[in-house]
Design a protein around this ligand. Structure first.
Ligand SMILES: Cc1cc2nc3c(=O)[nH]c(=O)nc-3n(C[C@H](O)[C@H](O)[C@H](O)COP(=O)(O)O)c2cc1C
Length: 334
């Protein structure tokens, strides 16, 4: 046995924390394998949203989020990660675990993981400080992405208009509606968006029309800082990295006691994506996600955590193929 390899309990603990990562519609489209000090991340393409995400962009971003969550969880447990991204077509990341004492920053970010929520409610009209904005922007740059704050009125209006337009176009698409209804309004499932975490959309909100939303907004006006996270290009690797950066941004926000929510609906359609690229980002960069960040109004109760699939469904020994099949058990002769 390799003395410098983590035991199965450590890998399992790191994955259990990693899968708290955000994913589109809480679809959790990932598949983890491990052996010795090697852990591999693959996409579970059966979980791609055929209507909302025909290109698989949101799927790759979601996998990037879980990859970054894993590196933070492993670091806090005493394992540095050396990542080979997309080493072969079926593997999104091959990760070597190397022992390393946890750093204060790793522990601080890891403790943010179970506290983070996608909070779709309206935020208070209390601006972020320049220091907070810098910290958030830096967390994206550390992962080769850019986080732009959309703070002037015309660009904010253009971003809101794109989101409203995308929601309208999606409302008129019955196939999209059927898919969204099948992934939301849930009560007991281990995936999908629970009704208790969804907010009833209003005319000017950036949100998606999740089914059976039970939350209603208390604030008249949304005071969220609106940001767009972009990458230099739009290759599959850029999308994976966008997810890693998005994860770093929302965990940093949680660490700073700020609420956050990732939004991609207006980036799922070519026309509204173009609007955001030309009128909001307005530089040579590819918009990947919108991130709302801000303070919750005083006294707002925290949201319940969304559910996750059991670890046995998403973590298997390396060399085991066939999603959904049980882990083979060694037969001993008596
Ligand atoms: C790629 C991606 C796209 C997302 N798009 C949206 C969106 O358009 N609207 C929204 O309300 N939430 C969006 N989310 C947030 C997910 O719905 C959320 O992460 C998931 O339901 C799990 O809940 P949690 O983040 O509170 O753990 C997105 C998340 C990811 C990673």
């Amino acid at each position: 046995m390799d003395q410098n390899a983590p035991d199965a309990y450590t890998v399992r603990a790191a994955i259990a924390l990693a899968v708290r990562a955000p994913s589109v519609h809480n679809s959790q489209p990932w598949d983890w394998r491990f052996s010795g000090r090697t852990v591999e991340l693959r996409a579970d393409t059966d979980r791609r949203l055929r209507q909302a995400d025909p290109e698989g962009r949101d799927l790759l971003i979601s996998c990037g989020c879980v990859l970054h969550h894993f590196t933070i969880a492993a670091a806090a447990l005493g394992w540095a990660t050396h990542i080979d991204r997309m080493p072969e077509s079926a593997v999104l990341a091959r990760i070597e675990l190397v022992p390393r004492d946890p750093r204060e920053e790793d522990i601080a970010l890891a403790t943010a993981i179970p506290r983070r929520r996608s909070d779709r409610r309206r935020y208070a009209t209390r601006p972020l400080t320049a220091w907070e904005e810098n910290r958030l922007a830096r967390s994206a740059t550390d992962h080769r992405a850019m986080l732009r704050f959309v703070d002037d009125a015309p660009r904010r209006a253009a971003l809101t208009a794109a989101a409203v337009e995308a929601r309208g176009l999606h409302r008129a698409d019955p196939d999209y509606g059927i898919e969204l209804a099948s992934w939301s309004g849930r009560r007991y499932a281990t995936d999908g968006v629970p009704a208790r975490n969804a907010v009833l959309t209003t005319a000017a909100s950036l949100g998606r029309d999740f089914s059976d939303a039970v939350l209603t907004d208390t604030e008249a006006q949304d005071g969220a800082a609106l940001t767009v996270l972009s990458t230099a290009d739009d290759t599959p690797l850029d999308r994976l990295r966008a997810g890693e950066a998005a994860s770093a941004v929302v965990l940093t926000a949680t660490r700073l006691n700020l609420a956050s929510c990732l939004v991609t609906e207006p980036l799922e359609l070519t026309c509204t994506r173009g609007l955001i690229r030309d009128c909001v980002v307005a530089e040579r960069a590819e918009p990947q996600l919108v991130v709302r960040i801000g303070h919750l109004p005083d006294g707002t109760p925290p949201l319940p955590a969304t559910p996750r699939r059991p670890i046995a469904e998403v973590l298997r020994p390396l060399g085991h193929y066939g999603i959904g099949l049980p882990i083979p058990v060694q037969q001993h002769e008596s």
